[in-house]
Write a protein that binds this ligand. Structure first.
Ligand code: FMN
Length: 329
């Protein structure tokens, strides 16, 4: 098993924005780097200035934040990097993993993976023009998992700082089996640090995958942390300051209040919490019942009463229950 692993929190559009990251970092330990959900279309009407709030903090409780861009437009990537540099960020991350057909069909996200020449052309222009580090987050391919083998020599040549690989292909979206054999092939070819991402939902999953890839030092975890925010501490054997259920309760309450503040008490705050609850419900002993109860709530009073009831009536089992897998949602 990997000793002293680094753990990165995976970005989730609609969930892990600055409010979540800020509150998370105040409540839990174990994360070494945060990534923003992707920015896109920042050159036109939606300029970076319009979304300054999301880039307000370069770190949360001392943990660095890496802004992410989803684009195939050289000028847009350079504008983004320049803006991030001015705000004090040290690195940006290029999203080559987004699997959604709407994105991929336009050769963006994982849709760029079958086109190594295009990736090369973009890096050739972008890298000399930006003053900060560039890492990539990709998959093994879009149509098939050996597409990455043509991309890695490009990343090696441009000395991309880090390559985070979600061990799936774009067509799988987030479901089905990960492809560790193909990840191994990519690892062997890479001359830059590789970060493993995909389906670490429990400490047992981490032990298994880190035994398979002892040379990997850094792991990105997404859904596993949404389900159980204490998973990184568990993996790193860091002690918890209280009972896990109590910690989960405090975190959930704090996050809800932070969203209410951010959204000026608009009911949307409940909507954002529901996105998280869809995952976190899997830490309780009856996930479907828990989410059903939360999903029904419409007013702040209803939401608050239901959260109280959930924490009172259901057991918190956390990631060790292994109730969540990639086909759960
Ligand atoms: C709803 C949703 C939103 C996501 N948003 C992003 C994003 O903005 N940027 C990104 O690189 N990955 C995004 N991802 C992918 C995750 O960061 C992560 O790579 C994926 O869930 C696999 O890791 P996991 O198995 O640990 O969850 C998203 C995934 C989901 C399900």
């Amino acid at each position: 098993m990997s000793l002293n692993p680094n753990i990165y929190l995976a970005p989730f559009q609609g969930i892990t924005g600055n409010v979540y990251r800020e509150v998370y970092a105040r409540h839990f330990s174990g994360i070494d780097k945060f990534f923003t959900p992707f920015f896109t279309g920042i050159s036109g009407k939606k300029t970076l200035a319009g979304r300054a709030r999301e880039l307000e903090k370069t770190a949360h409780s001392g943990i660095p934040v890496v802004p992410q861009i989803l684009s195939k437009d050289v000028n847009e990537i350079i504008d983004f990097a320049t803006g991030c540099n001015e705000k004090g960020f040290k690195e940006i991350n290029w999203n080559l993993g987004c699997p959604f057909p709407r994105v991929a069909a336009k050769q963006r996200g994982s849709g760029l993976l079958p086109f190594p020449e295009k990736v090369e052309e973009i890096l050739e222009k972008v890298l000399p023009a930006i003053p900060l580090k560039l890492s990539v987050k990709c998959r093994l391919g879009y149509h098939n998992p050996d597409e990455i083998l043509k991309l890695i020599p490009v990343f090696n040549r441009f000395a991309v700082t880090e390559m985070i690989i979600h061990a799936r292909i774009g067509k799988q979206v987030y479901k089905g089996e990960t492809l560790p054999g193909d990840f191994q092939n990519a690892l062997e070819l890479s001359e830059i640090p590789v970060v493993y991402n995909g389906d670490i939902f429990s400490k047992a999953d981490f032990v298994k995958i880190s035994n398979r890839f002892p040379e990997i030092k850094t792991w990105m975890i997404g859904r596993g942390i949404l389900v159980d925010p204490m998973l990184p501490a568990l993996i790193k054997n860091e002690p918890l300051s209280a009972d896990p259920k109590q910690l989960a309760r405090k975190f959930t309450d704090d996050l809800y209040l932070a969203y209410r503040r951010k959204l000026n008490d608009r009911p949307q705050a409940i909507g954002v919490m529901k996105e998280l609850w869809e995952y976190m419900a899997f830490s309780f002993d009856d996930p479907h019942k828990v989410f059903k109860l939360i999903k029904k709530t419409k007013s702040f009073d209803e939401y608050e009463d239901t959260v109280l009831k959930v924490f009172r009536d259901f057991r918190w089992l956390g990631s060790q229950s292994r109730q969540f897998d990639s086909n759960s949602l």
